[in-house]
Ligand binder design. Sequence first.
Ligand code: ADP
Length: 724
Amino acid sequence: MREERAMLIAEVLLPLPLPEPFDYAVPDGLDVAAGDHVAVPLGPRQVRGVVVSVRDGAGHNRPLKSVIGRVDEPALPPGSLEFVRWAARWSVSPPGEALAIAIRGLRAPPPRPERRLELTGKAPAKLTAARERVLQAAQGAASAADLARAAGVSPGVVKALLDEGVLQVVETVTTPSFPPPDPEHAPARLNPDQAAAARALAEAVRTGRFSATLLDGVTGSGKTEVYLEAAAEALRADPAAQVLVLLPEIALTQAVIARFEARFGVAPAEWHSGVAPPRRRRVWEAVAAGRCRIVVGARSALFLPFTTLRLIVVDEEHDGSYKQEEGFIYHARDLAVVRGKIERAAVVLASATPSLETVNNAEAGRYRWIRLGARHGTARLPDIELIDMRETPPERGRWLSPPLVTAMAETYGRGEQTLLFLNRRGYAPLVLCRACGMKLTAPDTDSWLVEHRYTGRLVCHLTGFSMPKPERCPHCAAKDSLTAIGPGVERVEEEARSLFPEARIAVFSSDTIPDGASARALVERMAGGEIDILVATQAAAKGHNFPRLTLVGVVDADLGLRGGDLRAGERTFQLLAQATGRAGRADRPGRALLQTYLPEHSVMQALKRQDREAFLAAEMADRQDAGMPPFGRLVALILSSQDSHAIETYARTLAAAIPNADGVEVYGPADAPLALVRGRRRKRFLVRGDREVDLQAFTATWLARAKPPSSVRVQVDVDPYSFL
Ligand code: ADP
């Protein structure tokens, strides 16, 4: 009897929203291991997936489909696989959705080999004049046709030489080089505070164990300098070490990349949606091979196939952009800590205005807490004043109050720069018909259309829908009755131009500055003093250093407070502290003016007194009383459907299936504040649990009891940041 190899079963995770991996038989002679990419049948289709485990199939008696074959791609390292599973459990989402993010870098096809013609050295049997011309032109020719053209001969001449073996086609794949960063290239001279912080981080990095540290310091105190030194230490301690720096905005990457390049002599790899797919594939492959050592990127960089990750920096850790709100919903700051645990890496969370969650973890001793003192050098924090808009209102139809205009004039007169901050894109957030009072909304969505004058369009910021601004009201057909209500950056720019016609004015928002290159160009113009007044959304509020910027005017300081959700106060404080922190970074003192109708509000008072601790203490106490994060946990369920009957029925089914659990309350179902988006009705449940409760397990159990019909989509949002 022939001895048979024991049957092996591969558990294969597919990058699809399926509840779990599938088992496939491994055909004889095929060698696969965890992390390998394979092709497998799925129904009538052939799909690619990743092997998560291989086990002995002895005793397995159900017939299994077989793995079709291996796919030649770099294997996913074990840490990546474990992270994918963790991330899925954390988010109560199908693991295949997390896998899809982890292998997104492979979407572009592998680079095609470069083909060249070369002389083999063999002498041609006979040498004609035409053949001689070919031999002379052969050096470096890209193709037979090129060579024939260059030599002025017919393609047949070249072909004959190829057939004869005088010429050959050589294929080369160029491996892009990621030269190793040099930790000794340009070390910083740190001040004593910074040096102490860098020493503490270096020690955390050297242990080779997981740790989490809050690096806490005002803007300009040198947090970046300090984490650059932590990165240097990681590279010194381990010749294979990899470092990941996460940033909340693509607009910030250029500045940080430049700092890394100056410090280590080579630019780090960049990773975000603006990087072209072929380049992303190269970075992905180099990270998997351990050739790429430093990556600076957006939240999805957390899913890269690092093999030796030693340090993860989450810069501006409080920033809400770390929360991915669509598709696979996750919070990159929280998952950075998870990945750090898996990889035994040091995690550094840096911020001038840390989130309540992180402060709470630091206060409880779960995270180390390193504080940097004042700004580096002679730079001081700006003076912050409140402008009471009830006492000194702007003129009708204007948005800049007299005290702000006076300060702008003084600043301009001294040849210094002003930043006008308004976190609102476009010209006006609302368009209203004066005749019938209708507020214009998108046809399939419950949110207001925002007027954009540069493009002459009305835009839904939620879905991206846009249309030309109509001449008549779509509701009552009145002509020229549509009025713009409220200001956006474009309107503030218009006002600034009318006030300071000579000044050089620019707008920084995601509409005017759509990509990294234009952001860099604008930042350079601003830093070089070529702009007098910059009107900006939050895209410019963060991170940048503008030495000549001495005045920050916040056009509508109350804007973020109006939403009234859980983090409204926290977010407003963070954003305005960041925005006002832009002023006076170098040797000139700065000043920040906040226009507010709520000067007595605790957030405004804390900003004015620059008393972060008082703000945090008050906000912590409120959250604790309400059992809200970080003292409790929240999960939101968002149901959506085009079928209003189906969504109602399913919401009732779900409500009837709520599991009993101590320390958990479920609110809802309720119509979502945005009850209609892209033609889909939306309903929400909100689950609140005590800190000790495993809300993910609760949610998974609940959903398993009441499967939605195919017409209803259910999204789980763990630790929601948006309550719309
Ligand atoms: P943060 O990240 O806390 O906002 P940065 O690291 O960006 O602070 O530092 C703010 C500015 O001060 C930068 O221009 C930086 O180059 C400079 N700076 C900070 N520390 C030092 C230092 N020790 N030596 C020289 N320049 C420094």
